[in-house]
Design a binder for this molecule. Structure first.
Ligand code: ADP
Ligand code: MG
Length: 325
């Protein structure tokens, strides 16, 4: 297949109309209408074969995840997603791969009404770069620098599933498992392959949270960015970390806590809330059904500390994911 056939295939399978797309795929550049009173929020992420997904990952899951990790950044800003562009680097013009990839991508794009507005195709090692764009009302973006001593620290959903899923996929173990075990393991791997960006939660947090970040590299590492940017310290109560029942059953005790504190790829939102907004946050997020848990507090000082029930500090071996470590 030639480059232009691939572009036509992508444009056809990803077609979705939004009336703020004045010119979409097909010209030298897209032309987009930004609503008045809104600010544009833009984020780019790259996924590379063998680094961000393992060999053997379904192409449809790669398409879903590529978009999910980008939408998660918009969620962490409290933005409403609108547009995405897609730069694909492929080892060869593999139509089957592109079809499956785009179908996974579109399954998530349709959920959030995100239109594909352009991109690029080049030849090389499989890699995917997305730029997503969305809106927030003027000056209402959720930033990393607003946490203050006395704020509560919260997280949506559950933590640790994706890291446990990655361990399962890497180990390829599962021979003598019962059906229930297989099902739980599949749930953990599903969280790794098809994360849920917390778009609605992020929008609810506008005007309520003092700082917000999405958990991509690991809770400790990501809250470390909030602490540093805000000039505060964060204490996490390790006993309060929310775990799915699959994680609870499949990974025991200390190991589970380590995955929850250090494991990446969950794409939950971690955020801080001033005392006067805590009731509103817990009430409004409860309505969404994604779950929200208070996991700690903001205090004076610097850095992030995880505490066991007896108050002793938990020290992680290795910490979060760092590409250049
Ligand atoms: P140019 O040579 O001007 O960069 P291209 O041939 O790369 O143009 O792209 C032609 C049109 O197809 C543009 O509108 C571009 O945004 C779109 N396009 C190219 N690759 C992709 C892709 N992977 N996904 C979506 N649109 C794409
Ligand atoms: Mg081009």
């Amino acid at each position: 297949m030639a480059e232009f056939d691939l572009i036509a295939l992508i444009a056809e399978r990803a077609a979705m109309s939004r009336n703020d797309v004045v010119v979409g795929i097909g010209d030298d550049a897209a032309v987009l209408a930004v609503p008045s009173g809104q600010q544009l929020v833009v984020s780019t992420d790259t996924l590379i074969d063998g680094v961000h997904f393992l060999a053997g990952t379904e192409p449809a899951s790669i398409g879903w995840k590529a978009l999910a990790v980008n939408l998660s950044d918009l969620a962490a800003m409290g933005a409403s997603p609108a547009w995405v562009s897609l730069a694909l680097t492929l080892p060869e013009a593999d139509e089957d791969f592109v079809v499956a990839f785009i179908d996974g991508f579109v399954a998530l794009a349709a959920q959030h009404r995100v239109a594909l507005i352009g991109g690029d195709i080049t030849r090389g090692t499989l890699s995917i770069t997305l730029t997503v764009q969305g809106f927030v009302p003027e000056a209402q973006a959720l930033l990393r620098d607003g946490a203050r001593a006395g704020d509560g620290v919260f997280v949506t959903g559950t933590l640790g599933d994706a890291a446990a899923g990655l361990r399962l996929v890497s180990a390829r173990q599962s021979l003598d498992s019962s059906d229930a075990q297989i099902q739980q393991r599949a749930q953990l791997i599903e969280r790794l392959d098809r994360p849920t960006p917390r778009i609605a939660a992020g929008q609810i947090l506008r005007g309520l949270a003092s700082a917000c970040i999405d958990v991509s590299d690991g809770l400790m590492a990501d809250l470390g960015h909030v602490a540093a940017r805000s000039g505060v310290a964060i204490e996490i109560d390790a006993d309060n970390l929310p775990a799915s029942s699959a994680l609870f059953d499949q990974v025991r005790g200390d190991e589970r806590i380590a995955l929850q504190l250090g494991g990446g790829d969950d794409y939950e939102l971690a955020f801080t809330v001033p005392p006067q907004h805590i009731d509103a946050v817990t009430r409004d997020l409860a309505k969404l059904g994604c779950g929200v848990t208070r996991i700690g507090r903001v205090v004076d000082g610097s850095g992030v500390r995880a505490l066991a029930a007896d108050g002793s500090e938990i020290v992680l071996q290795g910490g979060g994911w760092n590409h250049f470590a």
